[in-house]
Design a protein around this ligand. Sequence first.
Ligand SMILES: [Zn+2]
Ligand SMILES: [Zn+2]
Length: 219
Amino acid sequence: MDKFFILLAPHYCLGCGVKGQVVCANCLQDACSDSQNYCLKCGGTIADRCRRCCLPFEKSWQVSSREGVLKSLLDTYKFESVRAAAGPIAEALSTCLPILPASTVVVTIPTIPGHIRQRGFDHTKLVARRLAKFKGCAHKELLRRKNNTVQFGKSARVRRAQAKEAFACSAVLDPKVPYLIIDDTCTTGATVTEAAKVLKAAGAKRVWVAVVARQSIDK
Ligand SMILES: [Zn+2]
Ligand SMILES: [Zn+2]
């Protein structure tokens, strides 16, 4: 569909079809109601961190699994380039998170440049900015990509291998400040794990992760 047309056309809720927003308040609330937290690697139920998986972040949160309205919302945003979906996605993330210390820095997984060109905007950065605003903290682009390999459709083993050495951080980070890495979809946890390791190597001591949706690899 023509991008200009998308900007002007009214939105219909992806959940119930009501005219107005990409997702209405009720449907967004429903999509965020599964507050159970799971380990981003093994999928086990956790409080803050998994006892079995030794992940390099202290805490993690997720909105829900990638299904229903949440899946439609992410697909509309990423694959149909509907910019207005950034608001509800940031709101969903904000809802699943507790109150954050004001010193918290929201960190994004850098988007592959080709994807920014295709969509006409940096989808991760838009969500990060809004989330940081909702939570009253800062957003900084601390990570950069060392390569541009795409993980979609790859096996768990290949994803882990690809994620290694994927990012770099040239800043010196504050050990007292919490760094919250955000990502839209988490499959094996490989990407956020590598991003967390890079932040720690740059001096961070408190690294947290929030993802919009958790997805099993065979979906
Ligand atoms: Zn609705
Ligand atoms: Zn685990």
